[in-house]
Structures are given as structure tokens and as C-alpha cells.
Design a protein around this ligand. Structure first.
Ligand code: SF4
Ligand code: SF4
Length: 172
């Protein structure tokens, strides 16, 4: 990786496949670092990298993630769409056994031309992703690396994090 940000999803997937072993070693390396120091480095990288990546060109999270929906979110969005909850649920919601709700289609129904058509009413999970601004990065390594080959923001932060933490790629 040079200093340029990688935003080409095909190249990110290919890079991720080639660096599986390196990333397994990196995860073990990250687990040994001080939690607060690691969060501070990740947050700084996020502030530098996230604003440079145009999510309206990418849209890959909306095309590939399962989206959780709460009762409140469903009520609010149904109202905004002038639909009853019954209509809204029939059109957009899949319900799990324990009362959980997810959007019933991937890519998400509300994505058009790579833009969210209900942006003001999007779900908490949508707002939170890529989650690189959140604390406890070390406790979220599984999900970080699950999304590493899907989200250019996460991918570029992780790759820059290797240099920022002094990870020795040759030790894999
Ligand atoms: S609601 Fe909007 S932001 Fe959330 S997944 Fe759908 S299109 Fe994306
Ligand atoms: S958050 Fe990541 S996956 Fe989603 S649109 Fe932005 S860069 Fe793409």
C-alpha cells in the first residue's frame, strides 16, 4: 500500500485475499496493544481518511449488509412514507423468532443511484457504520475484519494502522 487511498472494491477484495495470513498475524498483534492508545490511533486515522472517501460513489454497505430495524425506527419511517406499519412491514421487513426485524432485501430497498432515499430516517446501524469512530476497537476486531474487504474506509484505516502501530509485515 502506498500513501494513496484505495477505493476500488475489486482491488480491495483481491488484496484482502492475498493478505489473509498477514491479517491473522495483525489481529494477534493488535490484541496485545494498549486499548486506549489503539483507540486514539484508529480515531485519528478515521478523521484523516473517512472524509476523503465518497460514500455516495461506494454505497457498498447498503448493497451488502443485513440491516437491523427497531420498532421505533420502523414506526418513524412508515409514517414518513405515509404507510401503515402493516404495509411497511409487508414491503420491507423480515421478522425473526425473537421479535428481531431486518430489512428483507440486500441491497437495501432504499438505496437508489448509490444514495439513501430515506437518509434522515435511516437506521441506527446505517448511521453507525463503519464504526471507526467508536471506542473499544480491540473488542471489535472480528467485525472490523469481517468488513475489511467490503468498506474502503475500514480497509484504508486498517492498512494505515499496520504502519502506525509498527506492525512488522515480514513476521507473518
Ligand atoms: S436505509 Fe439508507 S443508509 Fe441504510 S442501508 Fe438502506 S440505503 Fe443504506
Ligand atoms: S461506509 Fe464504507 S462501505 Fe459504506 S459507502 Fe462508505 S466507504 Fe462504502
Amino acid at each position: 500500500m502506498n500513501n494513496q487511498l484505495q477505493v476500488n472494491l475489486s482491488e480491495i477484495v483481491a488484496f484482502a485475499e492475498k493478505h489473509t495470513e498477514e491479517n491473522i498475524a495483525f489481529i494477534q498483534f493488535l490484541k496485545q496493544l494498549n486499548t486506549e492508545t489503539l483507540d486514539a490511533i484508529v480515531h485519528t486515522l478515521n478523521e484523516q481518511i473517512a472524509p476523503k472517501i465518497d460514500c455516495t460513489i461506494c454505497g457498498n454497505c447498503c448493497k451488502s449488509l443485513m440491516i437491523n430495524v427497531t420498532e421505533n425506527e420502523a414506526n418513524t419511517l412508515a409514517k414518513h412514507l405515509n404507510q401503515s406499519r402493516e404495509e411497511f412491514d409487508d414491503l420491507y421487513i423480515e421478522k425473526g423468532n425473537s421479535g428481531t426485524m431486518i430489512i428483507n432485501k440486500i441491497p437495501c430497498h432504499f438505496l437508489q443511484d448509490n444514495k439513501c432515499t430515506v437518509y434522515e430516517y435511516r437506521f441506527e446501524g446505517c448511521k453507525e457504520f463503519s464504526a471507526m469512530h467508536l471506542p473499544h476497537f480491540q473488542q471489535r476486531l472480528f467485525t472490523v475484519f469481517m468488513h475489511y474487504n467490503r468498506c474502503p474506509i475500514i480497509f484504508n484505516i486498517v492498512e494505515k494502522l499496520k504502519a502506525a502501530t509498527g506492525f512488522d509485515r515480514n513476521l507473518e
